[in-house]
Design a protein around this ligand. Structure first.
Ligand SMILES: [Zn+2]
Length: 234
């Protein structure tokens, strides 16, 4: 496969990577996935897969839709059923960066069994760490334009006129999910479910913990450097 993207050098092909990305809401997982340029993978968000099933009204989508509509976490059973379908629809050689899965210890254990049954291994698990107060600050000050979806931040990227979209003059809103009590509850659940997953991968020598404060471009560079040893030992 030829990579013709600007800056890609032909003598250094991007290597296919199998990665899991774990981090609290607001830690910049999506941005990091976009900026990790030395590896080749599909960025897979379990949330996107779930929503795809709902949109296409598949049998799984009908069950997923109920959980998602109630704002609940999708159960382990339903998550595993959905993600297993995704997993077996791919070639073993395809790289991935998984975001949102595995989310619990039993999901991580089941995922390992699938990997083993296809004789493939995870390369690394990237854990983006962000202090709770930093998460709250990133999310609770977020405002969006309900008309065109433009996102503002009251401290870092405020609109020119308070509370008004620069592009279309519509009054900005705060998404219900971005309200502070909601964020704190999401973080509590995140910690509770994720800690055992982090321990599980740490014990396997796969965990790379990165502090996610600071600039997005620097973060990707740091992660790329720190990932190198995980590939060298394989
Ligand atoms: Zn607008």
């Amino acid at each position: 496969m030829v990579d013709s993207s600007p800056g890609a050098s032909p003598e250094a092909p991007r290597r296919s990577a199998r990665l899991v990305l774990i981090g609290p809401p607001g830690a910049g997982k999506g941005t990091l996935a976009e900026n990790l340029c030395s590896f080749s993978f599909d960025h897979i968000s379990s949330g996107d897969i779930f929503r795809g099933h709902v949109r296409n009204q598949t049998p799984l989508g009908q069950r997923l839709g109920k959980s998602l509509a109630n704002g609940q976490l999708v159960s382990d059973e339903l998550t595993l059923e959905t993600m297993k379908k995704w997993f077996w629809s791919r070639k073993p050689s395809q790289g991935f960066l998984l975001d949102g899965f595995p989310r619990t210890l039993s999901q991580a254990q089941a995922f390992d069994e699938w990997l083993e049954s296809r004789s493939i291994k995870l390369d690394a698990v990237i854990h983006l760490h962000l202090q709770e107060e930093a998460v709250v600050k990133r999310i609770a000050y977020r405002r969006v334009c309900p008309k065109d979806g433009r996102v503002y931040h009251l401290l870092y990227n405020p609109p020119a006129r308070e509370g008004i979209c620069d592009d279309c003059g519509t009054e900005l809103i705060q998404r219900p999910d971005d309200r502070e009590p909601v964020i704190r509850e999401r973080l509590r659940i995140y910690r509770q479910k994720t800690e055992p997953v982090l321990t599980y991968y740490r014990e396997q020598g796969l965990l790379l913990t990165i502090h996610s404060e600071g600039h997005a471009a620097d973060l990707a560079k740091t992660v790329e450097q720190k990932l190198q040893p995980f590939f060298a030992i394989r």
